[in-house]
Design a protein around this ligand. Structure first.
Ligand code: MF3
Ligand code: CO
Length: 291
């Protein structure tokens, strides 16, 4: 009987519940998928209730910070102003902006304007003008737990083309989200995202994706939005990750700013849009933690 797991021993997840009443059924189901060749999540990717509660609290702050940006953003402000608001609101709530000094990133938030795809660095020199579209990407560290979400903002009135890009990019995230349920696959989400983008004449950035998140800013797995239904990682309750596709008006090709080694631009100079949500796979389906 040496291969029989000890059902009464504490579960590996740290819940303090007996294994038999905690992750044993999940582990058996995961093992069955693995035997059939599926890519399955590691134990580290599956958060317990206490960890999820910590991530929820971090995410609540992240949402409040983005709400603050939404209240104050308008024509004439600089992206450096946004950085200051994010730093002040986050620290006032007892948290730390996760981007600050992350792998050398110099600011508290990413602000990506028009043809900037992501990782735009806030600057005094970038003054928001009527018609600009921009992504503000906030990430929070609170009591050891990470959260991450981003929204698009339109300054004043923009062109119908840019407005449609912003709207479709958001729809892509929602279509992806609809696919998130236990025992589905990340590829179900990826396919829904790129189907909707391509149907609307847009392309999806391939090289940059989402990520697991919770106990670290960027955890495995890397999350692609150009995957196919039924492929990529199996979705299991307790898995927390981001849906954050970058949708380009023109071609999918991008390049990195050689001066700062961070900011990504579209190769053709056409605009790009991105929304990001942080999602938990639940036994019933999913829960949006940050948006
Ligand atoms: N918030 C970004 C993401 O969605 C990460 C940016 S890394 C940073 O993953 F250092 F630029 F903040
Ligand atoms: Co992210």
């Amino acid at each position: 009987m040496k291969n029989t797991p000890d059902r009464s021993a504490p579960c590996w997840c740290g819940s303090k519940k007996p294994y038999g009443l905690c992750h044993l059924p999940t582990d058996e189901r995961i093992a069955a998928y693995r035997r059939r060749g599926a890519l399955v999540p590691s134990r580290k990717m599956l958060k317990n209730e206490a960890q999820i509660q910590g991530i929820r609290e971090s995410a609540r702050i992240n949402v409040a910070v983005l709400d603050e940006v939404a209240q104050r953003i308008r024509e004439g402000v600089t992206t450096q102003d946004i950085d200051r608001w994010v730093y002040e609101k986050t620290t006032a709530m007892g948290a730390v902006p996760a981007p600050l000094h992350y792998e050398g990133f110099p600011k508290s938030v990413c602000t990506s304007v028009n043809d900037q795809v992501c990782h735009g660095i806030p600057s005094q020199d970038v003054v928001l003008r009527e018609g600009d579209i921009l992504n503000v990407d906030c990430s929070t560290l609170y009591r050891g737990y990470y959260s991450d979400s981003s929204r698009m903002f339109i300054i004043g009135k923009t062109s119908a083309e840019k407005k449609r890009l912003v709207d479709v990019a958001r729809e892509c995230v929602m279509k992806g989200l609809e696919q998130i349920k236990p025992w589905g696959f990340l590829g179900d989400m990826g396919q829904a995202v790129h189907d909707h983008a391509r149907k609307n004449g847009y392309s999806v950035v391939r090289e940059i994706g989402g990520h697991g998140i919770g106990l670290a800013f960027h955890e495995d797995p890397w999350v692609s939005y150009v995957t196919s239904r039924g492929t990529d990682m199996l979705l299991v309750p307790g898995f927390v990750f981001t849906i954050e596709p970058m949708i380009n008006m023109g071609t999918e090709d991008i390049y990195i700013d050689a001066d700062n080694d961070w900011t990504i631009y579209t190769e053709d100079g056409l605009p790009s849009a991105q929304w990001e949500i942080q999602v938990l796979v639940t036994p019933e389906g999913h829960e949006v933690l940050a948006y």
